[in-house]
Design a protein around this ligand. Sequence first.
Ligand code: NAP
Length: 398
Amino acid sequence: MKRVAVVGSGPGAMYTVKYLLRHGSAQLGRIDIYEKLDTPFGLVRFGVAPDHVEVKEVATEFKSLLTEHSDRLKLYLRADVSTPESIRALNMSYDGLLVATGAQDALRLPLSPLPKYTFSARDFVLWYNGHPDLHGLLLPPSPRNVSIIGQGNVALDAARILSKSVDELLPLRKDSLLSETAFQWLAERQSVDGPLSVSVLGRRGYLHAAFTNKEFRELTTMKDATCKIDPSELEGDMDELRLKSATDRAKSRGLSIVAKCIEANSDMSKKNSIYLRFFTAPAAYIGDPLNGISLSGSGENIPCDMSLESIGFKVIGDELGLPIDATTKGIANDGLGRVIGMKGVYVAGWAKRGPRGVIAANIPCCIETADAILSDLSKGVHNPSQEPSKPIGAPFIA
Ligand code: NAP
């Protein structure tokens, strides 16, 4: 019977394990999953926004998988095997090694030096989700103006969480979806007299904005915040936008949300505002601690006392001793998940495809990797030279 080790326990890992067991049960012996934190499921636990409860539900499926196959599927917590040496050691002692470590870092703008109170949105998201490494993140006590650079779904998640009323935050705290530290900070922010203004800055226009309609629409249904768009920052009037988006169904459908945000420009009924601003690329930070951002081109200065750079993520290969593909920015693989130059080592999820795509995008990706692993196992492509040693870490009881 073949033995497989898995590094990471996020969606890329767990979906691949699910399809390994579903498609190749007969040839599989032990599967050992190694998670370096003391909480499993990676991005599902620490990346998905606390109010996206339905997305987090996938953790229940992962737990059931562990229970159902507990005779041979084990998850070990506090088991850090993310060094080149430990990857090599696992490769030598298992028939197959799946690396599903996601994207471990944030891309940052080349704006230096970074003044106090500039953060990556990644750190902010990990912080409000209670990630142990970000517990001590030092945010400004009560910012009035926050700028978020980038217009992907991470930016919109952060804008939404920042602008929620205490009533909306309370159930998230009750269910431990939002960390207590984050709840205290956000509630304190919302209880100060002044309004909160969040500017979400995109260097391109609406037609190229990276966010999806579900997340965009959520900004227009908030209790204490209004999402606003200045029509002069769009690629034309609504008729022109209709024409320009005719071949893009999602952008075309999003125009009704755009119209709502334009209308909301003069709406002063809610305390907080989220400004979705297009064609606004930051040129420099102003002040230290931060008190503004100057935009390139227009030279406009946007007042802000906290900034989140939300321009995407980075897969780190060096720390694992694995090569990065210059095009996908994921770990170099044959497109089916086999790591180039390392027999018996596979990737899935963001580590394979590069840091893009929602959680459901893992399903076809992980099926493909699981099938590549099973095909190689059946052909005996990789022969481990050592017996697996006793697994490290603390067993997770689902
Ligand atoms: P993303 O979708 O790639 O968006 C990155 C944003 O940063 C884009 O607006 C991009 O603009 C901008 N950007 C990149 N480089 C820049 C620069 N040098 N200066 C200014 N702006 C820059 O990344 P993400 O928001 O981090 O999300 C990563 C993936 O996770 C995405 O696939 C996303 O859909 C997914 N995700 C989904 C959810 C959800 O479903 N709720 C939540 C979180 C994340 P350009 O387009 O001009 O490059």
